[in-house]
Design a protein around this ligand. Sequence first.
Ligand SMILES: [Zn+2]
Length: 376
Amino acid sequence: MPSVPSALEITQDIVRMDTRNPPGHEIECANYLGDLLSDAGIEVNSYEFADNRTSLVARLKGRGGKPPLCFGGHIDVVPLGTKEWSFDPFGAEIVDGKLYGRGSTDMKAGIAAFVHTALMLAGEGKRGEADIVMAICAGEESGCEGSFYLSDVGALGEAGAVVICEPTSNYPVLGHKGALWLRVETKGVTAHGSMPEHGENAIYKAARSVSKLEDFDFNIAPHDLLGGATLNVGMISGGLNLNSVPDHSEFTIDMRILPGQDRDNVLSGIESYLGADNKVHSLVNVNGVYTPHTDPWVQEVYDVMGGILSERIEPRGAPYFTDASALTPAYGNPPTIILGPGEMKMAHQTDEYCPVAHIEQAAEIYEILARRWCAL
Ligand SMILES: [Zn+2]
């Protein structure tokens, strides 16, 4: 039996692979993880939503007496940003107990921790009561493209509970808002800037829409844990030069909506609020997710985590969205927690790092959750 690489070693190996999205190119990382898993006898299937944009669904088989436990997350990472790094972003260097690199926290350490756990359990050669399914997704940072593709092609099968291994400092988190990202275009008619009466100004139309959006009301009560739905206009552009009437303008809207809020309704609500002069394009459209802390499996996770973290676990939400937006509905909304190594505040930062101790602890936690679920 070959020895199982540690979660730390796997993290270092995959942080060294450049999966910046755009363009993504997750194939090398997916193949590396797929080979590790299939060499250990774990079933691996790969799916490409576009060239070299590879996601995996891996399955450690159990006896099938109960639905599987799913560990999920993404292998793409965000670009490096404009500030210079003090560490090689693809070096996976460890300094003072911190592993530095793009994607170390968000979320290659989380992926590595559950892959390590699966390899170790596979090495024991026993069959648990249930399968362990791993959804290793491409393209999350651009709106869960990989996980929605897995859902669309029916690659996921079933699951009785989901652990999304995004950075939470290994604290169990119960949900997050969804997101609707829109690009809105206004059109006009160009004319010489000295004769605006002959044109139709697209920027004026956009400006009226944007100022109207400041007063937009979702008309929905805030969520107890996650707070209210929000709206922000983040970008605006238009016009070609100073002395012409602009015939085109566009702006973006970032809405964070609540679990259970109907996204199609929100979208059509915005369209009618802005009026026919505004052409609305949907760029990202993902669900919020939330599992109440009273759920029996969540209570079990709380018991485990209270012991490990030596504190009373309180209900918490995450500020970001995750692959749960695609995976949890695809599985018929089983209880879902977000729990993974790395600090939320380090995600997408210059000099991103993950504390090494988090990675080892996450692997221990995933092992306990998997053994309990599968009676292994
Ligand atoms: Zn992430």
